[in-house]
Design a binder for this molecule. Structure first.
Ligand code: AMP
Ligand code: GLY
Length: 419
């Protein structure tokens, strides 16, 4: 079969890598992809937001299955468009993708279906939001309602910071229409865990757990990023927590979908905050996480094409899903300055010396026979081994071999999980 993967990051490289292992796959296209993906798929120069062009391409090439990586096209209804034309596509439709596309919609869903989450209020008028500064005390969490590439959340420490954030989001429209509505939330303390689940509308099956490192620098210092590294399984995700997640989140989530008439098929990514034994859901994403996917799919033993097809056909319940007992750890190499301003087009060397790790490209492109940087997050280096310690040793050993100007990475990924 022929597959089209949409996206260009480390997550999409991991998807292409896993899908290419299926004996049923003859050819993979990726739009627009990156240098690493280009070694295992044919790159197609169409942007992820060009739904009509992607559709025309899929029809022309007789694509058997399209897999959507990022949230933007899902929220814009790519799944609905492909299905209208009778094409098979993996991901939630527009109504379901709203669980990521609107934070207010997601919060309302959680509250109505008794899924534990932080208290919140929503606003469309800046004056009203400003009047309510501090209603849940400080720090105060302010979120743009719509998609903001992971940058729409501000944790304000005091009244001035809160005012400034509300002005930037609601009046200066830093995130455009995404900030026409904001929500204010109670601040929740704890340790975060990412729970990715397969969902076919009837059944929800969690994948192995992962912990993401969102802050730019060691010791969780610095600004929030898309994710600087991950390891799987997360040590805080114990069997006790797992049982609570089923009872308090997964079961109400599935019955909530049914009550609301949402036929959700795809991936739900649940951002969890865990403190002592208490759980709260911070957010939903309606797609694979990046860089969670790099460690989670590295541990998947079942054919991913089979799983995607079972979900599309509503047969997830019967689908066997096997995971490796090996642990996985991913270190992200980023460009100097990320997540703020950074330079591109730095030559990357050392990739050919990698022996033990799996390398997933993120912001890279091929230029005159060389691989150069082309984004904030450049590469993900994944070590796999019997223990987290050994997986970590592999990843960092390989990290040192890769060189580019301004290479920036965290040195403490997975440290918390060492004996
Ligand atoms: P979100 O996009 O909603 O996951 O928010 C991005 C990040 O902001 C999360 O990963 C948390 O680190 C932090 N965050 C979001 N909501 C809260 C909250 N209510 N309390 C504390 N931290 C939060
Ligand atoms: N790693 C967090 C995300 O993909 O949103």
């Amino acid at each position: 079969m022929k597959i089209l993967v949409i996206g260009s990051g480390g997550r999409e490289h991991a998807l292409v890598w896993k899908l290419s292992q299926s004996p049923r796959v003859e050819k993979i296209y990726c739009a627009p992809g990156n240098a690493g993906i280009g070694n295992m798929a044919e790159l197609v120069n169409i942007k992820v937001g060009d739904i009509e062009l992607l559709l025309a391409f899929a029809i022309e090439k007789k694509i058997d299955l399209t897999v959507v990586g990022p949230e933007g096209p899902l929220v814009d209804g790519i799944v609905d468009r492909f299905e209208e034309e009778g094409l098979k596509i993996f991901g939630p439709n527009k109504s379901c993708a709203k669980l990521e596309g609107s934070k207010a919609f997601a919060k309302d869903f959680m509250i109505r279906h008794n899924i534990p989450t932080a208290k919140y209020k929503e606003y469309t008028k800046a004056e009203e939001a400003i009047k309510d500064i501090g209603i849940y005390g400080f720090p105060m969490v302010i979120k743009a309602d719509g998609l903001a590439a992971g940058k729409g959340v501000v944790i304000a420490q005091n009244e001035n910071e809160a005012k400034e954030a509300l002005n930037i989001i609601m009046q200066n429209k830093k995130f455009g229409d995404a900030g026409s509505k904001v929500i204010i939330e109670e601040f929740i303390e704890g340790i975060e865990a990412s729970m990715l689940c397969f969902v076919d509308g009837e059944t929800i099956v969690p994948m192995v757990s992962a912990q993401d490192y969102k802050k730019a620098f060691d010791g969780d210092e610095g600004p929030n990023t898309g994710g600087m590294g991950t390891y799987s399984p997360s040590i805080i995700y114990t069997d006790k927590i797992k049982e609570k997640v089923y009872n308090e989140i997964l079961n109400p989530f599935i019955s909530g979908l049914k009550t609301d008439g949402l036929n959700f098929k795809g991936i739900i990514f649940i951002g969890l905050m865990i403190k002592d034994k208490e759980l709260k859901v911070l957010e939903f994403n309606t797609r694979f996480g990046d860089p969670e996917t790099q460690v989670v799919l590295s541990r998947l033993e079942t054919d991913l094409v089979e799983i995607f097809e079972s979900i599309i056909e509503g047969k997830l319940k019967q689908q066997e899903i096997k995971w490796s007992d090996k642990k996985a750890l991913c270190v992200v190499l980023a460009s100097q300055g990320y997540p703020e301003k950074y330079e591109k087009s730095k030559i990357i060397t050392g990739l050919e010396d990698i022996k033990e790790a799996i390398i997933f490209h993120a912001g890279t492109k091929a230029l005159d026979g060389k691989v150069v940087t082309n984004g904030g997050r450049v590469l993900g280096v994944v070590g796999m081994a019997k223990t987290i310690e050994a997986a970590r040793d592999i990843a960092y050993r390989e990290v040192h071999k890769i060189k580019f100007d301004g290479k920036q990475y965290r040195k403490d990924i997975g440290k918390i999980a060492l004996g």
